[in-house]
Write a protein that binds this ligand. Structure first.
Ligand SMILES: [Zn+2]
Length: 154
C-alpha cells in the first residue's frame, strides 16, 4: 500500500479535511462510471457511444491517470454476482408488492418483472462492473489534480 501524505501550505495536519472527506466509496462516481483511481471524467470506464451489441465495451485504461480497466483476464467475473444481488434487491420487493398488495396473478407479476428486468438490464450490468472496479481500486488521484477534484466533489 502506498502512503503518500499530501502536504498543504500553512496547515499542520497530515491529511487535509477536504481530502479526507472525499475518500472512500463514492456512489456517485460508481453511478457515473468514473475512473476509480482519479474520478476524473464521467463514463471513463465505458466506450462511447453506447451500442446495444457491445454493452460492456470498456476503455482499456484511463486517459487521465492511466489506471488499467482490465488488469487481468476475467477480472469482471465477480461483477456477475453484484449484478445478481442488485437486480434481486430491486426486483424482488416489487414482485412481492405486486403479488401481495395489488394481488396480481403470477403471470401478470412475471410479465411486469421481466419487462422491468429488460429495462434495467444494461444499466445493472454496467453499474455492477463499475462497483466491482471501484471496490478493488483505491481512490488515489494524481497530486496536481487533487485541488480541482476537491473543489468539484464538495
Ligand atoms: Zn483515472
Amino acid at each position: 500500500m502506498q502512503s503518500r501524505k499530501p502536504k498543504f501550505q500553512g496547515q499542520n495536519m497530515s491529511v487535509h479535511p477536504l481530502y479526507k472527506k472525499s475518500m472512500g466509496f463514492s456512489v456517485r462516481a460508481m453511478w457515473q462510471y468514473k475512473c476509480p483511481k482519479c474520478r476524473g471524467k464521467k463514463t471513463a470506464l465505458f466506450k462511447k457511444p453506447f451500442q446495444f451489441t457491445k454493452p460492456l465495451d470498456m476503455n482499456d485504461s484511463c486517459s487521465r491517470c492511466g489506471q488499467d480497466f482490465e488488469p487481468e483476464p476475467g477480472y469482471y467475473y465477480g461483477a456477475m454476482f453484484i449484478s445478481y444481488i442488485l437486480s434481486s434487491f430491486i426486483l424482488l420487493p416489487i414482485a412481492l408488492v405486486l403479488a401481495f398488495y395489488f394481488e396480481f396473478s403470477n403471470l401478470q407479476m412475471m410479465a411486469v418483472i421481466i419487462l422491468l428486468g429488460v429495462l434495467i438490464f444494461f444499466r445493472i450490468l454496467r453499474v455492477s462492473r463499475s462497483i466491482w472496479i471501484h471496490a478493488m481500486v483505491k481512490y488515489d488521484p494524481p497530486m496536481k489534480a487533487r485541488p480541482k477534484i476537491l473543489g468539484r466533489d464538495q
